[in-house]
Design a protein around this ligand. Structure first.
Ligand code: KG4
Ligand code: ZN
Length: 344
């Protein structure tokens, strides 16, 4: 049976075809809206929705073409039901339900985070269950324990800004480009560690939660009234990256300790950060855990993770589509999705 996976929760249109019988990804494609939102310094929801509308059908055609399949081969249409931007989610949901209705096959809403959590199993070097996942992107900063399909435990999450959001906002303060993470980490390479010291928010809070909004304010205080120079900007960028990396690594190590697990998977755009990777690898070596970095195309938002999560749900008997379930859930706790456990 073929599964079509659709992702449209934010600023990426992602489409994939997954063969359930062969347990194989046949083809997938992603269209990123980053260039369109760049001029505004962040995602503009209305523009995001309109762009999903423009892209979704041509992108679907492209994926069917690459896989050498036809819509009549589909047995299930899976789409991101939430969380995310309401208008953007509605585009994927409308397309999924219309196609499913026309083909008389079921449509299945998937929780976006479940897609992220299971995508490491799609990697060329898959991390087996159980593992701890660090999701660090523009929209998420979470530590989860992943035991099996449908068995996820939220260990900790950000209380305010996501890590990628903090990179983006700080990069904006420093006059660097959007998205800020890659630009800021590039500039930080030329900075000197320790020339400026920024706080490590919640590093010793005794739990696995994060807070990043104070860091941005600390940077603002540092740069206010200063004549910007290349050297100063590089040193501040270095100080910011050092602080974020220290906190992320410390919390990951605490999570590995608390769970007693031996595998850590890092997903999301911030996982591309080289300083973070080097520091996590070093800590893993010292503390006896292995770190997995799935391919970037699987870490950022994509349709493959949605099709794959649907496939694993079908196999686990957790895919009963609800009747008349044309819904999107812009705010959707992982624990509310059926078959998914969270702490009491
Ligand atoms: O997972 P992702 O591609 O998309 C969504 O959030 O939807 O993550 C994008 C985020 C942005 O905030 C970007 O600034 C950050 O990941 N990012 C990085 C790096 N590359 C991307 N942050 C730090 N260092 C990087 N090298
Ligand atoms: Zn995401």
């Amino acid at each position: 049976m073929l599964i079509l996976g659709l992702e449209s929760s934010c600023d990426e249109t992602g489409i994939a075809l997954y063969d359930l019988g062969a347990m194989r990804l046949l083809a997938h494609a992603v269209h990123s809206q980053v260039a369109m939102h760049e001029a505004y310094g962040g995602v503009v929801p209305e523009l995001a929705s309109r762009d999903h509308i423009r892209r979704i059908i041509p992108l679907a055609r492209e994926v069917f073409g690459r896989a050498g399949c036809d819509v009549s081969d589909l047995g299930l249409v899976a789409y991101t039901e939430g969380p995310g931007l309401a208008g953007a989610l509605l585009v994927g949901a409308s397309f999924a339900h219309a196609l499913a209705l026309a083909l008389r096959v079921p449509a299945l809403g998937i929780h976006h985070l479940e897609g992220h959590l299971l995508s490491p199993l799609l990697s060329a070097r898959p991390a087996g269950f159980p593992f701890v996942a660090l999701l660090v992107s523009g929209g998420h900063t979470q530590l989860m324990r992943v035991d099996a399909v449908g068995r996820y435990l939220l260990l900790g999450e950000t209380q305010d800004d996501a890590a990628g959001e903090a990179f983006d906002k700080t990069a904006k303060l420093l006059g660097l480009g959007y998205p800020g993470g890659p630009a800021l980490s590039q500039v930080a390479l030329r900075g000197v560690s320790g020339r400026y010291r920024l706080p490590r928010p919640m590093m010793d809070s005794g739990d696995l939660d994060f807070s990043f909004s104070g860091l941005k304010t600390a940077v603002l205080t540092l740069v206010r009234g200063r004549e910007p120079s290349e050297e100063f900007t590089a040193d501040v960028a270095r100080a910011f990256e050092d602080a974020v990396v220290d906190v992320l690594v410390a919390k990951c190590a605490q999570a590995m300790d608390a769970t007693g697990l031996a595998r850590l998977v890092v997903a999301g755009g911030v996982g591309a950060n080289r300083s973070l990777r080097a520091a996590l690898d070093a800590r893993g070596k010292r503390c006896g855990f292995e770190v997995f970095y799935p391919e970037p195309e699987l870490c950022t938002d994509n349709g493959a993770m949605i099709a794959f999560a649907a496939a694993l749900r079908v196999n686990a008997g957790l895919a009963a589509p609800r009747r008349n379930a044309f819904t999107v859930r812009p705010r959707w706790e992982l624990g509310e999705a059926s078959g998914i456990a969270e702490p009491p």
